[in-house]
Design a protein around this ligand. Sequence first.
Ligand SMILES: Nc1ncnc2c1ncn2[C@@H]1O[C@H](COP(=O)(O)OP(=O)(O)OP(=O)(O)O)[C@@H](O)[C@H]1O
Ligand SMILES: [Mg+2]
Length: 237
Amino acid sequence: MTALVRLEGVEVRYGRSLALTATELDFAQGSFTSLLGPTGCGKSTLLNAVAGFVPPSSGRVLMDGVPVTGPGPDRGVVFQHYALLPWFTARGNVEFALKRFGLSRTERRARALEALAEVGLADAAEKHPAQLSGGMRQRVALARALAAQPRVLLMDEPFGALDAITRARMQRLLTRLWEHTRTTVVFVTHDVDEALALSQRVIVMAAGPGRVIADHRVGDGPKSDLHHRIVTQLDTE
Ligand SMILES: Nc1ncnc2c1ncn2[C@@H]1O[C@H](COP(=O)(O)OP(=O)(O)OP(=O)(O)O)[C@@H](O)[C@H]1O
Ligand SMILES: [Mg+2]
């Protein structure tokens, strides 16, 4: 498979502190990968470097061979806190996010409604965030990212603030969406079960300084062995 996203010696410093040591990684087109690790290990930093929010202090990120210099419509981002605009409806929030892509009003509306339907919110399109549950708000945030038809979906603990039942429901929704769109997904979590349930590949990171310590392929078989290995890796670092 071809690499859609490639990190070449990507190192990130914030001032004098090293948040991510030089990292080499490839993300194949159509793959679903989780970045797993304890707080402070650089998961968000890595994701934000791919998103183009954080410039590497050395190395580079390539999208389809082209260096990333900032955020772009080819990379959709979903955060833990959905950051919806309260004065817009669900549809308005998605449409607003599409504004910078030079689409016509009609096209924006069509794409917004399509994306909201994809996440099961067709009936809630005219509701405001305050009228929606946490899970529904996160689905609006997911629709907002999907509506731009990104080539890669970057998700930073998107379900971290949800209750267990809503979270399980969102995981199933995401799996369904991925199975039918095959958008490349990079998913940040600190939950081993979540990583194993969703992904084909789990990249384990450690802190002090942030770095990749393992790269696992998730097979179709029982996940308990891999779960145990990952927990051991997280424990010994
Ligand atoms: N904007 C920033 N300025 C300075 N230091 C930062 C900044 N963002 C992150 N850091 C530091 O860089 C390191 C990696 O942070 P990062 O947010 O990438 O970790 P994380 O794995 O996403 O953690 P969490 O699970 O808590 O979200 C940490 O030591 C953090 O304190
Ligand atoms: Mg983080």
